[in-house]
Design a protein around this ligand. Structure first.
Ligand code: SF4
Length: 230
């Protein structure tokens, strides 16, 4: 991918993982709920069009608490340290897609709505896997990590704005809109900046939140002091 070249990944097929969904939703195989869920997942599979918009961009300038990427300034001490040896990063938005969002909005039963949420989360997971695969093909020997705006107080949700500015017309390309309150619609969308690393980085290592179901790494109380404290 050339500098600032936009790539749209939209030929993504969503294949529901029924075993995974039943485990997550505590549904017994062979039960009536299992067959209702299978019907819902089949409907979702028929309409789902997960998508990703991603751009490669060069780092133009950097300071102690900021990086300027292709003319857009991102303010975060952790991001600045994480990118200190990077020349190029990938900014992206991945989504379950407006088609699946529209389908979910037709559900009027509380249980179906709850299951629909899990299905849409799985669909955005499929989009993120497609992004991982694409970046791995581009850089087979480089290890990559990602930061998401809003995952740390150090890099708040307001940083969605420069990320969307970096990408350009996200709504036109993949249908994802950034609202005035900085949420993405469709809500089952994920944004981030992916960068090369020599050792694995997860924002969860710097996050104290207890009982988070999405935690990917244990909290390390010394990491900020050792690596990020100015
Ligand atoms: S522990 Fe949870 S809230 Fe904290 S950064 Fe990880 S996923 Fe986000």
């Amino acid at each position: 991918m050339e500098e600032s070249q936009i790539m749209i990944i939209d030929a993504i097929s969503y294949q529901p993982d029924m075993e995974g969904l039943m485990r997550q939703l505590h549904i017994r195989p062979g039960s009536r709920d299992a067959s209702d869920l299978a019907e819902l997942a089949h409907q979702a599979q028929t309409v789902a069009r997960p998508k990703v918009m991603v751009t490669a961009a060069k780092i133009a300038q950097r300071g102690k608490n900021y990086v300027e990427i292709a003319g857009h300034t991102f303010t975060s001490r952790v991001l600045a340290v994480n990118l200190q040896n990077a020349d190029e990063v990938y900014g992206y938005v991945a989504t379950c897609g407006i088609e699946l969002e529209a389908w979910a909005n037709t559900l009027d039963d509380m249980l179906a709505m709850y299951w629909g949420e899990a299905i849409r989360e799985a669909a955005v997971g499929t989009a993120l896997k497609a992004l991982d695969d694409a970046l791995s093909r581009l850089h087979p020997s480089i290890h990559l990590s990602t930061m998401h705006p809003g995952s740390l107080a150090d890099w708040p949700l307001a940083e969605q704005r420069p990320l969307f500015d970096l990408l350009g017309n996200v709504k036109g390309a993949i249908g994802v809109e950034l609202t005035d309150s900085l949420l993405m619609v469709p809500t089952k969308s994920v944004s981030g900046i992916t960068f090369p690393v020599t050792e694995d980085y997860h924002s969860c290592q710097l996050c104290e939140r207890e009982g988070c179901p999405n935690r990917q790494a244990p909290y390390d109380p010394m990491l900020y002091i050792d690596k990020y404290q100015p």
